[in-house]
Design a protein around this ligand. Structure first.
Ligand SMILES: NC(=O)c1ccc[n+]([C@@H]2O[C@H](COP(=O)([O-])OP(=O)(O)OC[C@H]3O[C@@H](n4cnc5c(N)ncnc54)[C@H](OP(=O)(O)O)[C@@H]3O)[C@@H](O)[C@H]2O)c1
Length: 420
């Protein structure tokens, strides 16, 4: 007797109107734009279909066999005539992305972007336009693109974030992981390129520039400070050798690509660069291309980990942003007043000394101590001696090591050290 009732409910469901598709205009049809187009084409018949009205490209004659058929345009003025529900910016770079995002927000068209370079330099100004015009601007995929966590805090103004420490560049995490296994920097980069993890030109990842952009976005988003990525102390990974990572292992740690920012009394402190991470630290287990961010709050440390890049992860996060922007509007910005500037922090240091005739450990300790740098642990590995110091400023450490090099002929490398 119950079978006809079930059939009736199924009939009612199949007659339910499907939701109106959200129409987007794509700016850019490269790695990310193409993935957004592919994911959107699979959304037909889903709980929220998304239709791509057009894609702005530079060169319409390029082969795009792997992308669903979409009208391609080269004149940005054609975008708004199509009356899209939202703009998805996947051009990269500063211009014309900044001008087009500004235009959309001024016209009241919601914008979704994953462009950390744009947000690091113009995010505050763009958000001000979004707030003034009441138009959503969403950028969840700009940092840890596969781990939606930025938006989770927008509606939680009572969660106060006092510091952020993270691995925000998967390419350099992969490269340092390979070097930890004994591969040279050049071989590790070549391997990352072969696997599609590194760009043909990996300069932004290797130099730390990409991580500095993301750290500037995080600092600004969480109210720790609004400053240019150029103001952040940024060190690349190019000066490291596999032997340095092996030596770090003898001191109970790993070398990881770290980005960190903290709120101090009148300014923020921040750095980006390879750092010694004790094996007991929460970021130590993150290997391969994985990313992770630790948020310090008065109530404890929150952690978010997962894929930080990749076309599919980025595209799905952007499409979720589209749905939230069109349905939910703009979340209120966090109201913590930004500190006035940014400076490097005072941290402990991992120091590697190298030379054919290394001075004895007690001589090194006495020499560095006479310059105000105190050693906590030390270990020897072949022609290298490594040590971890107590906290000191970069200036003090570099002056002490420069004097040691002059006196003994050793070569040195100094990296910041994370505390547990
Ligand atoms: N790749 C990732 O895993 C990832 C992850 C998170 C965030 N992102 C961000 O996503 C954005 C896009 O990255 P992507 O890797 O997709 O870049 P991409 O492959 O270089 O694609 C850029 C696209 O923009 C178009 N374009 C560039 N300048 C243009 C101009 N002046 N006028 C018209 N079209 C223009 C290009 O047109 P043509 O096709 O004609 O050359 C291309 O379709 C960047 O902001 C990046 O930081 C990327």
């Amino acid at each position: 007797m119950s079978a006809p009732a079930i059939t009736a409910r199924q009939d009612a469901r199949s007659r339910a109107p499907s939701p109106r598709p959200i129409t987007i205009a794509l700016l850019g049809l490269g790695q990310i734009g193409s993935a957004v187009a592919r994911c959107a084409s699979l959304s037909a018949g889903s709980a929220q279909p998304v239709r791509v009205a057009c894609a702005l490209v530079r060169d319409p004659s390029r082969d795009r066999a792997d992308v669903p058929a979409i009208p391609l345009i080269t004149d940005p003025r054609a975008i708004f005539a199509l009356r899209p529900d939202a703009i998805v910016e996947a051009l990269g770079g500063l211009e014309p992305a900044r001008a087009l995002v500004t235009d959309a927000l001024e016209r009241g068209v919601p914008v979704v972007t994953a462009n950390k370079a744009l947000l690091a330099r113009h995010g505050e100004a763009l958000l001000a336009i979004a707030v003034r015009t009441g138009t959503p601007l969403r950028y969840e995929a700009s940092v840890l693109s596969g781990v939606p966590f930025l938006g989770a805090f927008a509606a939680r103004p009572f969660v106060s974030i006092t510091g952020i420490t993270g691995i925000v560049n998967g390419t350099s995490n992969f490269i340092l992981g390979r070097m930890g296994d004994g591969e040279s920097l050049a071989d590790a980069i070549a391997e990352a390129q072969r696997l599609g993890i590194a760009e043909p030109d990996p300069a932004d990842d290797v130099s730390g520039r990409d991580a500095a952009h993301k750290l500037a976005v995080l600092a600004w988003h969480f109210g720790l400070g609004a400053f240019s990525p150029d103001a952040i102390e940024t060190t690349g990974i190019a000066s490291l050798e596999a032997g340095d990572l092996g030596c770090a292992g003898k001191l109970g740690g790993l070398i990881k690509p770290i980005a960190a920012v903290r709120r101090a009394a009148d300014r923020a402190t921040a750095f980006v660069g390879p750092a010694f991470v004790p094996l007991t630290h929460k970021l130590a287990p993150l290997g391969g291309v994985d990313n992770g961010v630790l948020l310090d709050t008065p109530g404890g440390r929150l952690s978010f980990t997962g894929p930080g890049a990749g076309p599919f992860a980025t595209a799905t996060t952007m499409l979720d942003d589209v749905v939230e922007a069109v349905r939910g509007g703009q979340p209120p910005p966090r109201h913590t007043p930004p500190p006035a500037g940014v400076a490097p922090p005072s941290t402990a240091w991992f120091v590697r000394l190298r030379g054919s005739e290394l001075p004895r450990g007690d001589e090194v300790a006495e020499f560095l101590g006479s310059h105000g740098v105190w050693i906590r642990h030390a270990a020897s590995c072949g022609q290298r001696r490594c040590l971890v110091t107590y906290a000191a400023s970069r200036g003090r450490v570099e002056t002490a090591l420069g004097a040691l090099a002059l006196a003994t002929g050793v070569e040195w490398l100094a990296l910041r050290t994370l505390e547990d």
